[in-house]
Design a protein around this ligand. Sequence first.
Ligand SMILES: Nc1ncnc2c1ncn2[C@@H]1O[C@H](COP(=O)(O)OP(=O)(O)OP(=O)(O)O)[C@@H](O)[C@H]1O
Ligand SMILES: [Mg+2]
Length: 278
Amino acid sequence: MPLLSNPNRVSSRSAPTRPPVMVQLKAVSKVYSNRIPCLKHVNLTLRRGDFLFVIGPSGTGKSTLLKLLYGAEQATTGQVKVAGVDVGALRGDRLAKFRRKVGIVFQDYKLIPNRTVADNVAFVLQAQGRRQREIQRRLLPTLKMVGLDHRAEALPSQLSGGEQQRVSIARAIVSTPPLLLADEPTGNLDFENATQILRTLQNLNGYGATVIVTTHDRQLAMLSSQPVMELRQGQLQPLRGPTTHPPGYEQNLSGVANTPPSRTNSQGLSANTAKTLG
Ligand SMILES: Nc1ncnc2c1ncn2[C@@H]1O[C@H](COP(=O)(O)OP(=O)(O)OP(=O)(O)O)[C@@H](O)[C@H]1O
Ligand SMILES: [Mg+2]
């Protein structure tokens, strides 16, 4: 009997299915009104559970790349898809609904000035229609994760720049989103806080979230064990793939890659995160 006629054997020999594509940029170019091309024909595919650092000097288009992914800017040409959704085609309510499912750390934080730290973070969960009990269950552990549980009642104006940045990170991760876009999340932090934040982002990634982190800090990115791409003259070039780093490299960032996941993050990531963004 030929091997292929036995359905059991076929299924046991079939290749493992790859995670669904979460982020796809196809031939994306972006030219702002000054007519200087910012991104040129960029292609990128990330699957569920991928982690990517995008590095590059100031003004190379890192924020622009993320803005295209959360629909704050539109590609001049090419296509931007997140979990199969054509982000560039979303407008109004559909765009707002889409964004509520993406964790975004804005480079300029975008905190609500007249709300406390706790309210700024809880606001995301309220907008998602979560129950008060769940909001309370998530809030404090998330603030603890970024080292701000003792400042829950402070207003943003009463915080340092680095503390405000950590509030914006807490707000982005509190709902354990399937996609996290972090624009210079460590730009205002000392090394110790920066590595702690990277650990937190990698914990989220450990639960299946796709994570993109931009930074101009090449050293910090290279200290981690994650893939790194560089934006240079409008093009995205791989600096380090997922498997090219030497053995033991993870230890350089004192356990960034190996921190045990926190219990807070064990909620909210569905088995098929791609569906949750649709
Ligand atoms: N709204 C805009 N209108 C016109 N030009 C813009 C706009 N936003 C960005 N640019 C230009 O696009 C280029 C890339 O900007 P972008 O903010 O993406 O860079 P970046 O890599 O994030 O820089 P940084 O590290 O300083 O945050 C810059 O030259 C910038 O001046
Ligand atoms: Mg930027």
